[in-house]
Design a binder for this molecule. Structure first.
Ligand code: KG4
Ligand code: ZN
Length: 363
């Protein structure tokens, strides 16, 4: 049911200033970006308040704890963002939020806050897909390829999105035109990192901890399986189980943690890289992008970058601040939508299972 009857305000054709709120999981994030004409978008501020310490003792995210803390922090985070950008709510043209996928109680906090700000200041409201934010984030970081006159668009490419909840290969023909060509059939890549870290007694989130341990380990020490189903899908549960079964057989386990982490990380990287290259070839893409929290992993980044270079493909990713959950990517996704003519709507609702693209029937 619509929550406001006022007409959606027209957006200015010139400068567009967007405030975005991201609360799909355990990070409360607010960002403001501004963009004029066909010039690159500028991130005026991007704040992330992480709840990792609160969830650490549970070994994962507790939804009720997450939503309560979003509501406790969000107002001051918005005020801080406006202060940092030296703006007031009346300077913002549109307030946007993450629609999904994510935890419903957490999404609701950010969505309601952005809607309330839009209603109170008579501005536009739009909600966007969290995975689209991740997918587009490499183009926010390197806009030389994305801002081709006339208009704002992104080039056709193959996107590998690897986060705590998703592992996806997407054939992106342009912004907003996405075709899912591969996904995980069980655990997401980040989830596998988190679960293996937990088995090894490493803190949550496991990805950065495994990467740290792997730096002094031998990636060939253990031959963990690489699940390569015939299609472009992924499966990480067999790898996770192989690590579980290997552990009781390892003597001096504590001293072997770096070797286990390096071997596990190599197995995940090998699968992600080889499937991405195969997908790029099958779909005729000459550019691969890497995004999502797991893309912070330097072994994955450098392996994929090197392989792309040797295959003559362009490779694009983004710095860690734009790889893990953040609101700048949400603002950017909204910006591309507004610039391609999308109108906001106050009757938007959250969708915890919001899908990025029509799933291919063969997946
Ligand atoms: O995209 P993100 O911030 O949140 C989701 O949308 O899920 O991704 C979080 C995931 C976690 O599973 C975390 O362990 C993983 O990204 N991650 C990493 C690294 N940094 C974060 N995985 C591997 N290596 C890293 N350096
Ligand atoms: Zn995410």
């Amino acid at each position: 049911m619509p929550v406001a009857k006022q007409p959606v305000p027209e957006l200015k054709a010139g400068a567009l200033t967007i405030l975005a709120i991201e609360t799909s999981c355990d990070e409360s994030a607010v960002a403001i970006i501004r963009q004029t004409g066909t010039t690159p978008a500028e991130i005026l501020c991007s704040l992330v308040s992480s709840q990792i310490q609160l969830h650490r003792s549970y070994g994962g995210v507790v939804p009720e704890v997450a939503s309560r803390n979003h509501s406790l922090i969000l107002r001051s985070l918005v005020e801080q963002a406006l202060d940092q950008a030296d703006l007031q709510t009346c300077d913002i043209d549109a307030f946007v939020a993450t629609k999904g996928p994510g935890l419903s109680s957490s999404l609701l906090v950010g969505h309601s806050m952005a809607k309330a700000l839009a209603a109170a200041s008579g501005r536009n409201f739009l909600s966007v897909n969290h995975m689209e934010g991740h997918l587009l984030s490499p183009f926010l970081s390197d806009q030389s390829t994305s801002w081709k006159s006339p208009g704002i668009t992104v080039p056709p490419h193959l996107a590998l999105i690897v986060s705590g909840g998703h592992t996806m290969l997407v054939h992106a023909k342009q912004a907003g035109n996405y075709h899912l060509i591969g996904r995980t059939v069980d655990d997401a890549a980040g989830e596998a990192f988190d679960k293996v870290a937990r088995m090894l007694g490493l803190p949550y989130p496991g990805g950065p901890e495994i990467e740290k341990q792997a730096q002094t380990g031998n990636p060939e020490a253990f031959q963990f399986p690489r699940s390569m189903p015939g299609n472009l899908n992924f499966s990480f549960s067999g790898l996770k189980t192989a690590v579980r079964y290997a552990l009781p057989k390892i003597s001096n386990l504590t001293t072997r943690i770096p070797d286990i982490c390096a071997s596990f990380q190599k197995a995940v990287t090998d699968v992600l890289v080889s499937k991405s290259l195969r997908a790029a070839e099958e779909y005729g893409c000459n550019m691969i992008t890497l995004s999502g929290g797991v893309s912070c992993n330097e072994a994955l980044r450098s392996t994929l970058r090197d392989k792309c270079m040797s295959e003559g493909l362009r490779f694009l990713t983004c710095p860690p601040g734009l790889s893990t959950d953040n609101a700048a990517m949400i603002a950017f996704a909204a910006l591309l939508k507004f610039r391609s003519g999308a109108a906001g709507s106050m009757s938007e609702d959250i969708d915890p299972n919001f899908s990025l693209c029509q799933q291919d029937s063969t997946l």
